[in-house]
Structure formats: structure tokens, C-alpha cells
Ligand binder design. Sequence first.
Ligand SMILES: NC(=O)C1=CN([C@@H]2O[C@H](COP(=O)(O)OP(=O)(O)OC[C@H]3O[C@@H](n4cnc5c(N)ncnc54)[C@H](O)[C@@H]3O)[C@@H](O)[C@H]2O)C=CC1
Ligand SMILES: O=C(O)[C@H]1O[C@H](OP(=O)(O)OP(=O)(O)OC[C@H]2O[C@@H](n3ccc(=O)[nH]c3=O)[C@H](O)[C@@H]2O)[C@H](O)[C@@H](O)[C@@H]1O
Length: 486
Amino acid sequence: MEHLRNQKVTKICCIGAGYVGGPTCAVIARMCPQIRVCVVDSNPKRIELWNSDQLPIYEPQLDEIVKECRNRNLFFSVQVEKEISQAELIFISVNTPTKNFGFGKGKAADLKNLEHVSRLIARSADDSKIVVEKSTVPVRAAESINRILGANKKSGVHFEVLSNPEFLAEGTAINDLINPDRILIGGNETMDAQIAVEKLCEIYQNWIPNEKIIRTNTWSSELSKLAANAFLAQRISSINAISSLCEATGADVNEVANAIGSDSRIGPKYLQASIGFGGSCFQKDVLNLVYLCEYLKLPEVADYWHQIIAMNDYQKRRFALRITECMFNTITGKRIAILGFAFKANTGDTRESPAKLVCKHLLEEGAQLAIYDPKVLKEQIYADLNISDLNIPDGNKCLEDYVEVVESPYIASTDAHAIVICTEWNEFKELNYEKMYSLMMKPAFIFDGRNLINVRQLEMIGFHVEKIGRQSNHKKIGSMEPNYNR
Ligand SMILES: NC(=O)C1=CN([C@@H]2O[C@H](COP(=O)(O)OP(=O)(O)OC[C@H]3O[C@@H](n4cnc5c(N)ncnc54)[C@H](O)[C@@H]3O)[C@@H](O)[C@H]2O)C=CC1
Ligand SMILES: O=C(O)[C@H]1O[C@H](OP(=O)(O)OP(=O)(O)OC[C@H]2O[C@@H](n3ccc(=O)[nH]c3=O)[C@H](O)[C@@H]2O)[C@H](O)[C@@H](O)[C@@H]1O
């Protein structure tokens, strides 16, 4: 890396034009006009969209940044080898999903993409490179990348592999990239590695104060990413566990969350009880951590972390069952309005969205669904609710016979017996619920999986309201169980 000691990085190549690669490179290009940033991908359609007016992902502010920098110092290309050979620093931002086959199936990370791009880098590099793991990888993945690069590199070429995990959250990606809590960079102790670390730091120092840049060894950095997601997911599963207790005792989970979150040692964030967490990473990364513990013969630790997933699955399932139970245990043929399909607000991403499980449960109970989401494409919803995965009672028709994707919540609620809120889109707080009530069948139910609405207001309108972490009205009607409220 001596050749880089006294010069700055001027050309970056990012492999993987997804939710991480795209926004990350757009922000680097915006903050570092002196650096040429090229994002490459093996999926030509995705690159085509990045070069169009219809970007493949939605993030607030992303559009304007891409339009400002694209073809100035930000490029999107399918010429992977060429861009690798020209860059001094390469980000690896490929997807690392959970394995669905073979050893470690259902828990271990599938690293085939990571291995493929490592070989590609070795084959394409005619001079030394800094290779940066931006993808979330198992601990010691950098060692494997190093071995592949070393075994396939051209003579005279040297690689330094760094860990630089990304902590952006979808829906706030641009803000998270411009104002991160921290930048984490892991590298070895060698001189070359420390030069590489400083070169990567120099890029971030164009807009991030040095005190926010944390330097660790490679393994600490890789494990910190898995641990960070596990801790965040744990908070959600913990407050969701408390929400079950609230529903059984008359406590209100929002009040409990506020009371405990006021303790500065706990803090108020990630205490919003919900239908359960979704997204492509929490479940994947916690399962990866579980697998790592099992592999390292730490079964008690594996079991500890696995409970996060078990609680999340329980939360999604019990919310779905509560809908059927409250509606007299029969929803066959009933139209149910589903508000929100994305795994969270401000994104069109449906990966691991809790809405999918809820919709599948309702369809298998014979309901007719009218689904509205402001950002998720109709094609995506139909692809996610693949009819061949469902056991619909008279399931010999096509999905469109059971699922209608509509353009507005009012169309969804017309002639509907119930409204089910699955995603915390802000617009669902401002809807004209009087109008929706007038359009619905009676009794009209609303199941709030995100605790967005005001119970009293809606009950005044005439709705039967059910919320996460608040005792069910259904339980109060003729319930024979002991009443803890005495
Ligand atoms: N989505 C998120 O909010 C965050 C994701 N991450 C991590 O970042 C990584 C990427 O995640 P996403 O961007 O969401 O994934 P994604 O699936 O949106 O994008 C990955 C891209 O890599 C491309 N790719 C895969 N193999 C390739 C290959 N061999 N050559 C060239 N391109 C290839 C795919 O075509 C795809 O476009 C994952 O490890 C994830 O855990 C980390 C922080 C946030
Ligand atoms: O590695 C990743 O992919 C990223 O995963 C999460 O980001 P993301 O999944 O995009 O979104 P979050 O805002 O964390 O929400 C995750 C899920 O938890 C749910 N959630 C969040 C917060 C809360 O209090 N309650 C709750 O149910 C959300 O609705 C969503 O379904 C982490 O927040 C990021 O730091 C991390 O980089």
C-alpha cells in the first residue's frame, strides 16, 4: 500500500447497486466531488434503473442527489471488471441472505455472492487495491476474502481487506449516511493495513468529524455489526413481549414504553411495540449470530439470541389470530382492508415484512383482501403473496380473485368488514376515519398493528378498535377469565 501512502483515493468502485451500494455511493459522490465513484452490479436491469428517472429504490432525498452527481462523478455500470481494474478502493455491497440450502440452512449467511466478487476482483485487478467489506458478513469473513484474493491475484498485486459495515436504516438512508452516529472501520495491525485504514478514513473525513470514526481490529468490526442489529432487534422483541402482558392485564404498552424509556440508561428509541420487526437484515443477522454461536459450541448463547426471532414470530402470529378471533372466528368471504405492506414506513421494501404473514393468514381463513401501500408496487405485492405458497379454502382461482391492490385507503375500506394497519405510514394517522366508517360494513373493526390511531376518537365514531399492547375489547365482552383490573 506504500503507493497510496502519500496520495488520496480518487477512484472508487462499489460492487452491488442495492439499498446500501446506491445511497452510500451517491452520498460519497456528493460529499467528495474530487472522487470518481462507480457502482456496478451483475443485474443489468438494476443498473438501467439507476441510470433512468425511475431509481430502483425509494429513499427521501436520494433522487436529487443522484440527479446532481450522476455522470458528473457518480456512475452506474455493468462493466464490472473494467471498473474494478480502474479503482483504487473497492466496496463490496452485495447481498448476503440467509442460506436456504445445505449446511447452516436457515441460519448461516449465504456468501456465494461475496466469494464470487472476491474472485472477480482478483481476476480483474492489475494493481494493488483496498477491498472494503460494506456488506454484513459473518465474523472472520475478511480472512476468507483475503485467502481467495491471495490465491488468485496477479503477480505484484497486493490487497488490503477492511471491514466497514453500514448502519443506515431504510427510509432514513441519506440522513444516516450524511449524519451517522459513527463510522466503523476494522483492519489488521500491519503497516499496509493501517495505510489502507487511513485512506478509507480520508474519504469519510470529507464530511464526518474524525472523532466519529471508530477504528478496531477486523473481527471486532464484523461482530459489532451483527451485535448492533441483534441489540436493536432485541429491544423490539422485548417491548413486544411486554405488549402481550399489557393485553392480558389492562396495562398500556405505550405508557410502559414511555415510563421505562425515560430512564436514560434505557432511552426512548426502539420501544415502539408493533406487529413485529421486518426488513432484510434483523432476522438474517440475528440468525447469523445464532449460527456463529452454535458453530463455536456456545449453545446457551445461541439460545439466548434465538429468542429474539421466536418472540418476533410469536408477535406476528398472535396479531393475525387476534383479527380472526375478534371477528367471531369467521372471516370467510369478508373484505378486509390492509393499510401498508412495506416492512416499515418511507420505503417500498417488503423483505420480511410482517404484512406478508398477516395477509397470508387472512387469505387462508378465506378473507378477501384490499391492499393499499403508498410505495410498494402492485407487482411486488402479488409476487410476495405467491398463491402456490397459500392454502386458500377454495384456492383453485388466481390470486387476483382474492387480493385487490388499490390506489387509496378509502377504496380499500369500501364494503370492508375490517381495516388492518400493518405499516407505520404517517398518512394513516391523518385519514378521514368518519368517511371510512361510513363506507364499511358494520360492525366495523380496526386492528392497529402500529399503534398509530387514537382509540377514543375511533370508538366515538363507532369502530371496534384493537391495538397492540392494549387489552382487547373482545376479551372484555363476556370474558370468564379473572379480571386483573380489580
Ligand atoms: N438494506 C439495508 O438497509 C442494509 C443492508 N446492509 C447489508 O448490506 C448488504 C447489501 O444489502 P442490500 O443493499 O439491501 O442488498 P440488495 O439485494 O438490495 O443489493 C445487493 C446487490 O448486489 C448485487 N450482486 C449480488 N451478487 C453480485 C455479484 N456477484 N456481482 C455483482 N453484483 C452482485 C445484486 O444484484 C443486488 O443488486 C447486505 O449484506 C446487508 O445485510 C447493511 C446495512 C443496511
Ligand atoms: O443492517 C441493516 O439492514 C439495518 O437494519 C436496521 O434498519 P432497517 O431494518 O432498515 O429499519 P429499522 O428502522 O431498524 O426497522 C426495522 C424493523 O423494526 C420495526 N421497528 C422499529 C423500531 C421500533 O421501535 N419498533 C419496530 O417495530 C420497523 O417497523 C421495521 O419493521 C437497523 O436499524 C440499521 O441500523 C441497519 O443498518
